[in-house]
Design a binder for this molecule. Structure first.
Ligand code: MD3
Ligand code: FE
Length: 199
């Protein structure tokens, strides 16, 4: 990897355009089986990002709170995690354990994600791997404690991040997406896949 930003390992352009297209095809199959939905926060506010998942568990949010569930809100089981995403996990983590959730985030026009921690998983010793596809996005990284200074980093299509060790619990978010910066997705926008070990 070319750099480490606040403990996050950054692999710019890990996937070449051919690999990105193959992964998008697999993500389309996931979305066909488990349609994107707009989660609601516990306070009943719609998130601007649309989401779905693949794997044994998927991440959901509604008035009952944030959690992992074995089924899509429609009641169908989540489809399998794309082989192309598992191959990235294997290559960048070198672990024997594989993730049991691949969260798919879709950022359309104006979508963003506020600063948060990923702490719904049982064991924070496992890393989280992120794969960016489509339009570029400004990713913001803070620290484990709330508030304080942050650093930002543009994520481009094909970039991979690994959040492990001390970086696993840092606050992070997506400030904005640069519409039209990539032609990978026919309808525009950005897809982020995050691979997680849930239990
Ligand atoms: C740092 N997604 O799904 S990926 C998320 O681009 C999420 O959709 C953003 O934050 C996105 O929870 C950022 C980069 C990322 C993902 C998980 C992390 C950074 C992380 C977990 C711990 C620390
Ligand atoms: Fe996150």
């Amino acid at each position: 990897h070319a750099m480490v930003v606040r403990g996050v390992e950054v692999f710019p352009g890990w996937l070449d355009p051919e690999g990105q297209r193959a992964m998008v095809d697999e993500v389309r199959a996931v979305v066909a089986a488990a349609p994107l939905f707009q989660p609601e926060t516990r306070r009943g506010r719609k998130m601007s990002v649309r989401m779905t998942s693949a794997g044994r568990f998927g991440w959901v949010s509604d008035r009952r709170g944030y959690r992992y569930e074995p089924r899509h809100p429609s009641g169908v089981g989540w489809p399998p995690i794309p082989a192309s995403a598992l191959a990235v996990w294997d290559a960048v983590t070198g672990l024997d354990r594989r993730p049991d959730c691949c969260l798919v985030n879709y950022y359309g026009e104006g979508a963003k994600m506020g600063m948060h921690q990923d702490r719904d998983e049982a064991d924070f010793r496992w890393p989280v791997v992120s794969i960016s596809l489509g339009d570029a996005a400004r990713f913001r990284i803070g620290r484990v404690e709330r508030g304080g200074p942050t650093e930002s980093l543009w994520l481009n299509s094909g970039d991979v991040l690994v959040m492990g060790g001390a970086a696993r619990l840092v606050h992070h978010g997506i400030d904005r997406v640069r519409a039209g910066s990539s032609s990978l997705l026919a309808g525009g926008g950005r897809i982020n896949l995050t691979l997680r070990v849930v239990d």
